[in-house]
Design a protein around this ligand. Structure first.
Ligand code: ADP
Ligand code: ZN
Length: 603
């Protein structure tokens, strides 16, 4: 029984080595220590407790806040041949008793339990009769009131420590800001445990921000060009928009489904189920969707509206590419979004301090959107990390935006705002600057202003970009009434007086150098033959998954299929060397996939 962690990693999970921090955590917990693990989504938290669970004698008890999450993990573990079960309120009658009996007789390696259930006297009493390997507390940020997922039951988890002082505890989360971290240590009484913090970078995610109405800002076009047949999540601000966009994508042949709080619970559950079980579903959702979705092969996350904050953006985009393969974070935004957000903040009843915090968060978000620097550097800096070099995998790195001395155009724009009375939106202001002859221009006699027609050096599109940037810099403020009227910001005087230069980015106007990717190909393989084989392997995986009623990725991850398509193993021992092929999976599926590979190899 006494296998080393590395044996377990290789034989059961089919992975060659631990990731840097994983190995340390595993060693610490196997040795009986308590730990707090902070790792980004996709960083590999599960193995941090699953491997120790298999190395230590007894059953590991995993606290998890969501039934869907538990079911998912249990299904995946069983595919690896691990003896796992879940205990929650959705269980058929009689099954819970069976699981508890198996725990007592030592026939389970891991049991996932909802906190409410774990903390009942009956269950704690039952645990006294079990041999316990460890307690793992997943999504540990649920203990914190600061977070968005506060679960009061999590506070009572200290009972575990009090009743079972000798059983090691490991708490895990992807939310690592300071207050949340302190809350976890305090409320779980983890003061003597070790804290493990992984870097938060997600190098396989390519960040891209586009302007609404600008070139390339068409979601359907993006999917058709880069993600045909692949799973993705599209976030919209409103239910109506989610439904509408799902319909529009469906009309273009994308397998898109809506998800929002206004739908019947059964319909939501059905759509979520299809997203998880089918291979290439695009979920068009409000932010109600995503928490607890562990699907590893989400190839893109798109934001059609501004996310709530950079924190929210990072968390939502983090749902892309958990498997480590290339993935996209794609966002469009426009000045109207900014106006809405401003209006929302100003109209809220929140205390001034909170409003100030919200304004700062919005500012940081806009700064990210309009940056000319590497986006990953900006993001990581916001979370207190530094990335020494530009990443080479974001839009600003791949296509560096030109900047130009925008002092003069900024002055023109600002004085146009001033002379028209600080009440008009960008569209009308641009009409005035370009000398347009519109009904509004005539009605307000704006053709008589000194700023009328002084801006013909830029196109309408370029002016839109200038106004957006001035708003992002705080030189213009969107009016609280919410119809997008612009006012001068507090710092604009220096610019108008010519005492402060303004550098602006020139949004690319010429057609972009086309990406070399073929339709939908970027996430997978360059060689068309490998790609074709990958698709055949995927189809076989889907059949096997359907037959068992499990999500395809619990059979093999895309990364394993990619390795098969590239390496084309002919024999079991060759297959066994690929990442993600452990003993149990080799037994179960080896021959199936070898048959597909053999058929592909024969001319
Ligand atoms: P998290 O829970 O931190 O979001 P997961 O535990 O789901 O992340 O792991 C993310 C992905 O990384 C999974 O596909 C998992 O199989 C893979 N993975 C984790 N550890 C390793 C490893 N040591 N070698 C290879 N792949 C790994
Ligand atoms: Zn970059």
């Amino acid at each position: 029984m006494a296998s080393t962690p590395l044996d377990v990693l290789r034989a059961v999970f089919g992975f060659e080595s631990f990731r840097p921090l994983q190995g340390d955590v595993v060693e610490h917990v196997v040795g009986g220590g308590d730990a707090l693990v902070l790792m980004p989504t996709g960083g590999g938290k599960s193995l941090c407790y699953q491997v120790p669970a298999l190395c230590r004698p007894g059953t590991a008890v995993v606290v998890s806040p969501l039934i869907a999450l538990m079911e998912d993990q249990v299904a995946a573990l069983r595919q690896y041949g691990v003896r796992a079960a879940a205990l929650h309120s959705g269980l058929p009658w009689g099954e819970a008793g069976a699981v508890e009996r198996q725990m007592r007789s030592g026939d389970l390696d891991l049991v996932y339990v909802a906190p409410e259930r774990l903390l009942t006297d009956a269950f704690l009493g039952h645990l006294k009769h079990c041999d316990l390997a460890l307690f793992a507390i997943d999504e540990a940020h649920c203990v914190s009131q600061w977070g968005h997922d506060f679960r009061p039951e999590y506070r009572r988890l200290t009972a575990l420590h009090e009743r079972f002082p000798r059983v090691p505890r490991i708490a895990l989360t992807a939310t690592a800001d300071g207050p949340t971290r302190r809350d976890i240590v305090e409320h779980l009484e983890l003061g003597d445990g070790r804290v493990f913090v992984a870097g938060f970078d997600r190098p396989n995610i390519r960040y891209r921000v586009l302007h609404k109405g600008g070139r390339g800002a068409d979601l359907a076009g993006f999917i058709e060009a880069e993600h045909v047949g692949q799973a993705g999540i599209v976030y919209c601000a409103t239910r109506a928009k989610a439904t509408d966009m799902a319909d529009r994508l469906a009309a273009r042949g994308v397998a898109a489904l809506p998800y929002h709080a206004g739908m019947a619970a059964t319909e939501r559950a059905r759509n979520q189920d299809r997203f998880i079980r089918d291979d290439g579903v695009v979920m068009v959702a409000t932010i109600a969707f995503g928490m607890g979705i562990d699907k590893p092969d989400v190839r893109f996350v798109a934001h059609l509206d501004l996310p709530a904050s950079l924190e929210a953006y990072y968390q939502e985009t983090g749902r892309a590419g958990r498997d480590g393969l290339a993935a996209d974070a794609w966002m469009t935004y426009g000045i109207a979004d900014v106006a809405k957000r401003h209006a929302h903040i100003e109209a809220s009843e929140a205390p001034d301090l909170q409003k100030r915090v919200e304004r700062q968060k919005l500012e940081a978000l806009l700064g990210y959107c309009e940056t000319t620097r590497c986006r990953r550097q900006v993001l990581l800096e916001y979370f207190g990390e530094t990335l020494a070099q530009p990443c080479g995998n974001c839009d600003t790195c791949l296509e560096p935006p030109q900047s130009f001395d925008g002092t003069e155009v900024a002055q023109k724009a600002l004085s146009c705002v001033y002379r028209t009375g600080q009440m008009f939106g960008a569209a009308h202001l641009i009409d005035v600057l370009l000398g347009g002859d519109t009904e509004r221009v005539r009605r307000f006699r704006h053709d008589r202003l000194s700023t009328y027609g002084i801006g013909t050096e830029l196109s309408r599109e370029e002016w839109r970009s200038v106004f957006r940037q001035l708003v992002a810099m705080g030189l213009l403020v969107v009016d609280m009434a919410g119809h997008g009227g612009l006012r001068l910001g507090p710092d604009c005087r220096d610019v108008l007086r010519g005492e402060r230069p303004v550098s602006l980015r020139r949004d690319p106007v010429a057609p972009k150098a086309a990406r070399k990717a073929k339709a939908g190909a970027r996430a997978t393989l360059d060689d068309p033959e490998d790609e074709a084989l990958f698709q055949v392997l995927r189809a076989r995986r889907l059949e096997l998954a359907r037959a068992q009623g499990v999500p395809p990725y619990v059979i093999f991850h895309d990364s394993t299929l990619v390795a098969m398509a590239k390496e084309r193993p002919r024999h079991r021992h060759e297959l066994a060397r690929l990442p993600g092929v452990g003993q149990a999976k080799l037994e179960r599926y080896g021959d199936d996939f070898l048959a597909v590979l053999a058929a592909a190899g024969d001319p």
